[in-house]
Design a protein around this ligand. Structure first.
Ligand code: RM4
Ligand code: MN
Length: 388
């Protein structure tokens, strides 16, 4: 039997980190559709994030992206966050939007470009010191487009050298999370294409280096929950960049395309103890809201993660273990499916009420009047967006 009070407690203590860039304008390669009321600077992004937290009660952490969220005074930005009950989360580095990085950043054949990229990564750690962030998230667009373009193994050496320099710079309570992605923008080789490459680098670096799993960064059909189970077992799962996809790196709302996959992932997280705060698994979103309203989309995404988590927590672990050890394939599968097929919305509504929140975060946001306020209030200035 599942202990319902433990389920409720776990749901109350889960924290979901929202990304600053999801509050700004974004688009595909073809068009950015601007929305009314979009933040003009990182401070306004935090104001929007505070609304997501107010509606859900579980989203008090906001990830930043440098240089998109560059400010003169990070201590002031941190104070702005704290005044709203927020903290600043992962610092996402950006070594993919500069002409110099055409042939790569830390793996570039030109040592001057490598020095510049490393300089940016180290600057990001300085920013973490000021923002109080625990995590540096590294994603490299580095790779090649044509066979023979560069030396694959030499690029690994250059990558390892940069990662080591960043690792040495980390404070005692800081971590670096190394993200992988199968392809894009490079189309022949990618320097960190998969979890194995990330894991191997992190293992060599030490305990402060961990793998981050962006759910949109795999080949179709990849069993992501296997990766999660493996990394958790090795204490190398730093966290998630949650989003969902039908084709490639679609960055749609988490749980929208494949809620069953999200459940299977969360089942492995629960099974491996990854919900316990001391394991340090960060539940981050990494999404873009191109055609849908942004703040409600982020609220919906937080709810989707909560629903998958609730279902995973409802798996009868005792019954599952018994069926598994008896070799009862059908019963084991049924135990899992029973949990997946449970409607957890009433449970989550009552958990929210216990937290003093509205049972329906979407309705709470609609009733708050915030959308009207920003639509009429945020006029003039430059809207924040992808690349700015
Ligand atoms: C990358 C990667 C990073 C994210 C950027 C915006 O594809 O997923 O995590 O920071 O996009
Ligand atoms: Mn990501």
């Amino acid at each position: 039997m599942t202990d319902l009070s433990a389920v409720r407690a776990a749901l109350k203590s889960q924290r979901i980190e929202t990304p600053s860039w999801a509050y700004g304008n974004s688009g595909t390669r073809f068009k950015v559709f601007r929305q009314e009321g979009v933040p003009r600077d990182p401070y306004e992004k935090l104001d929007d994030a505070a609304q997501v937290h107010a509606a859900t009660g579980v989203a008090p952490v906001v990830a930043l992206h440098i240089p998109w969220d560059r400010v003169d005074d990070y201590a002031a930005l941190r104070a702005h966050a704290e005044e709203r009950g927020l903290t600043l989360g992962a610092i996402n580095s950006n070594v993919f939007q500069d002409d110099d990085y055409k042939l790569g950043s830390v793996t570039n054949p030109d040592p001057a470009v490598r020095r510049k990229a490393l300089g940016h990564l180290l600057d990001c750690v300085d920013i973490m010191d000021a923002t109080g962030s625990r995590d540096l998230k590294l994603w490299f667009s580095d790779g090649t487009n044509y066979p023979g373009q560069d030396d694959i193994a030499a690029r690994q050496d250059r990558l390892a050298e940069a990662l080591e320099a960043v690792y040495r710079r980390l404070g005692d309570d800081q971590r670096m999370l190394l993200e992988y992605k199968l392809f894009e923008p490079a189309f022949y080789t990618t320097d960190v294409p998969d979890w194995g490459t990330s894991y191997a680098h992190c293992l060599k670096l030490g305990p402060k280096a961990q793998v981050v799993v962006d759910t949109g960064h795999h080949a179709p059909g990849t069993n992501i929950e296997f990766i999660v189970a493996f990394l958790l077992r090795e204490a190398k799962l730093g966290g998630f960049d949650f989003n969902s996809r039908f084709y490639a790196d679609d960055d749609l709302m988490v749980g929208a395309a494949d809620p069953f996959q999200l459940f299977r992932i969360m089942h492995e997280v629960v099974r491996g103890g990854g919900l316990r705060p001391e394991t340090g698994v960060a539940f981050m979103l990494d999404q873009c809201h191109n055609i849908e309203a942004k703040i409600p989309a982020i609220i919906r995404s937080v709810m989707n993660v909560q629903e998958a988590t609730a279902k995973a927590l409802l798996v009868d672990a005792g019954a599952l273990a018994a069926a598994q050890s008896a070799g009862d394939v059908l019963e084991a599968n049924a135990v899992l499916m029973d949990a997946y097929n449970t409607d957890v919305r009433p449970l989550l509504a009552s958990v929210r009420e216990e937290l003093g929140l509205h049972p329906d975060p979407m309705a709470a946001y609609r009733a708050s009047g915030w959308q009207q306020q920003i639509t009429t209030g945020r006029v003039g200035g430059e809207q924040a967006g992808w690349g700015a």
